[in-house]
Design a protein around this ligand. Structure first.
Ligand SMILES: [Zn+2]
Length: 244
């Protein structure tokens, strides 16, 4: 699929006069999840980060979840400023395909990286992901991910609140934008789960696979983690320093 679309874009490039803007699209990190890790972690090109959130009415983000995401970004990146904007939109749907999700982002997203600011986009949807109804969250481009708010609420169990789960899922999907784990780089640490590619084999890491699944309650004892573990942190440090 990637090779095919690259061929189409290359042919467009040959016949187009807008060489520079097309070149930007081809080399943009935003086409592939994990490819914007340098732009998000480092401060040499983008010293600031903006988080744009669009949510389906009645499915707004929990402020504690946004706060923990900002805290984690501060801990792992060199960004000098992190800002957040939110707005609501209506939806009559309750089961979303990846194509629909991409189209919703196209319609709702207002901000993209420019000047000294990199922009991450988060969609909060009602209902479920059509391809896997256990999905709580999904990172699908280099700068955007989606959370399924009603599924997160359904996944709460015993003493574990929906807020605890939302805090974990939002940091987990952000971790995928950073390439965790082994997506586009090779970690010096043996911490990728062979059964669940790009996820941690440590259930105390926020990158543990069950964090983004409705199975979270069956797979974890107690409060789900919302922190990167020592191996995740070391990968991010090496990426930030340009050594991975
Ligand atoms: Zn994941």
């Amino acid at each position: 699929m990637r090779v095919f679309s690259a061929v189409i874009i290359m042919s467009l490039l040959l016949v187009s006069g807008c060489l520079d803007s097309l070149k930007d699209q081809i080399v943009s990190c935003e086409n592939i999840t994990g490819d914007c890790k340098y732009e998000i972690l480092q401060d040499n090109v983008y010293s600031k980060l903006h988080i744009e959130i669009n949510y389906v009415t009645d499915n707004s983000p929990d402020s504690d979840a946004i706060d923990i995401l900002k805290k984690r970004i501060k801990e792992v990146s060199d960004k000098t400023s992190i800002t957040v904007s939110q707005s609501a939109f209506g939806s009559t749907d309750n089961s979303y395909s990846l194509e629909e999700i991409v189209n919703i982002e196209k319609n709702e997203r207002e901000r993209f990286k420019s000047g000294d600011t990199f922009v991450i986009h988060i969609l909060y949807l009602n209902g479920e992901y059509q391809d896997n109804d256990k999905t709580l969250g999904l990172a699908y481009t280099g700068s955007s991910f989606v959370l399924f708010k009603e599924k997160i609420e359904d996944a709460s169990f015993l003493l574990i609140s929906p807020t605890d789960i939302e805090k974990s899922v939002i940091v987990h999907e952000f971790g995928h934008l950073l390439g965790l784990i082994n997506n586009g780089y090779k970690s010096p640490h043996d911490h990728e789960d062979s059964q669940h590619p790009n996820h941690s084999n440590n259930e105390e890491s926020v990158m543990y696979w069950a964090i983004e699944s409705q199975d979270i309650g069956n797979q974890l004892d107690g409060e789900p983690p919302n922190e990167f573990d020592a191996d995740d942190i070391d990968d991010l440090r090496l990426i930030k320093e340009g050594n991975l």
